[in-house]
Design a protein around this ligand. Structure first.
Ligand code: AP5
Length: 218
């Protein structure tokens, strides 16, 4: 059983690495951003509540976000652990996650802090394309699909996220620095934080992550 958190700014590579980890760890990836986008696409009440915050690049309030994640991790596929992507993002969310996991007899095993400078974050976000069908992540320069605009994995069409415009990207980076960066100290104090140099190739970042997880696996 292992519960892992992927921490890092917008575009740091949380989704890219989380997708790979899902496969080799055989654990579900719970991405709060993906859950919000799914709710938006289904036009649920939750999606409507989140939309304005996401469009502005702000965090959705804790009570909405925590409730959504709590419901997701209570499902049977999360019984053996979870790869958390983009959650928690505030100290309040981190405390709530601790309480939720404690209720299941679990605790966060490792937090992977993927460090990437602001310039590189913006470059990555500007070139990102995502499959509208399966969510696979590509980049125009660093991780290109074989046939332009078509997902290698499922043949779906690629699209750019609505919040990937420059103003919202810059706002998301500010919000990360103000509200999420304090989690670094929160988890470092507990001895579960591992710094990962995220400014290397996706393969090399993946190797660093694998080594960090293997060090804590029973
Ligand atoms: P969310 O969807 O979580 O977005 P984010 O944190 O801004 O992160 P991204 O998904 O943009 O980036 P990523 O780190 O996954 O990078 P990726 O792998 O795609 O959140 C969106 C919104 O939802 C928030 O603004 C907020 O409103 C709301 N929200 C979500 N969670 C919330 C929460 N907990 N609380 C409150 N509100 C919440 O990579 C980026 C690009 O770089 C890709 O093109 C990829 O191919 C490329 N790339 C990746 N790694 C490398 C590498 N090593 N080298 C070169 N290129 C790379």
């Amino acid at each position: 059983m292992v519960d892992i958190i992927l921490l890092g700014g917008p575009g740091a590579g949380k989704g890219t690495q989380g997708e790979l980890m899902e496969t080799w760890l055989d654990l579900p990836r719970v991405s709060s951003g993906d859950l919000f986008r799914y709710n938006l696409s289904q036009q649920t009440e939750l999606g409507q509540q989140a939309k304005g915050y996401m469009d502005r690049g702000e965090l959705v309030p804790d009570e909405i976000t925590i409730g959504m994640v709590a419901e997701r991790i209570a499902r049977p596929d999360c019984a053996n652990g979870v790869v958390f992507d983009g959650f928690p993002r505030t100290v309040g969310q981190a405390a709530a996650l601790d309480a939720l996991l404690a209720g299941m007899g679990r605790a966060v095993n490792v937090v992977l802090n993927i460090a990437v400078s602001e310039d590189v974050l913006l470059q990555r976000l500007a070139g990102r394309w995502t499959c509208s069908s399966c969510g696979a992540i590509y980049h125009r320069l660093f991780s290109q699909e074989k046939v332009e605009g078509v997902c290698d994995a499922c043949g779906g069409g690629l699209m750019q996220r609505e919040d990937d415009n420059l103003a919202t990207q810059q706002r998301r980076i500010r919000v990360y620095q103000e509200q999420t960066a304090p989690l670094d100290a929160y988890y470092r104090q507990r001895g579960v934080l591992v710094d990962i140099d995220g400014e290397q190739s996706p393969e090399q970042v993946g190797r660093l992550i694998r080594a960090a997880i293997e060090a804590v696996l029973p």
